[in-house]
Design a protein around this ligand. Structure first.
Ligand code: FES
Length: 158
């Protein structure tokens, strides 16, 4: 068996470096965890903020406009969000969708007279489900993920 010739000085240098590395790790790992936490939460799918849109008793068969004002958390950023959202009961489901036209972003409005959403900017038309049925919009209105909490309809801001 070969013996390693280790001087006292080399031994102390190695020991001091090892202790320094351990102390650095003890300090650095929690700090890295603190800064990575929002990113890791977002990557795990926990991103987004649930906000109350309306009480279930306020929903009917016809889309009704609700205005939300909430704080959306995305990674390290907190952002105030205000939006108009249309919601209605569709059988045993609840539908919530954005009022932002998918053409160039004008606010659409629901008309009870013909049961359709109309965009005032370029004549875009969507049916009650938000499907684009006329004019230039290239796709349906965006829908929000929904859930019921107690007697409230919640939507996910992403
Ligand atoms: S912005 Fe709605 S049709 Fe153009």
């Amino acid at each position: 068996m070969a013996e390693v010739d280790l001087s006292r000085r080399q031994f102390l240098n190695t020991a001091i470096n090892a202790v320094g590395a351990v102390m650095t790790a003890i300090i650095a790992v929690p700090i890295a965890g603190y800064f990575m936490d929002p990113v890791l939460r977002q990557a795990s799918g926990a991103a987004g903020t649930w906000v109350k849109l309306a009480s279930l008793s306020e929903l009917g068969d016809s889309p009704k406009k609700f205005t939300i004002s909430a704080e959306k958390v995305e990674g390290f950023m907190k952002q105030k969000v205000a939006a108009d959202v249309y919601a209605f009961k569709d059988g045993d489901k609840n539908v919530a969708m954005s009022n932002t036209c998918q053409h160039l972003g004008c606010p659409v409005a629901f008309s009870d007279s013909d049961g359709k959403f109309h965009c005032p900017c370029h004549g875009g038309v969507y049916d009650k489900q938000g499907t684009n049925v006329g004019g230039p919009p290239p796709r349906p209105l965006s829908r929000y993920e929904t859930k019921i909490e107690g007697s409230d309809l919640m939507i996910m801001l992403t």
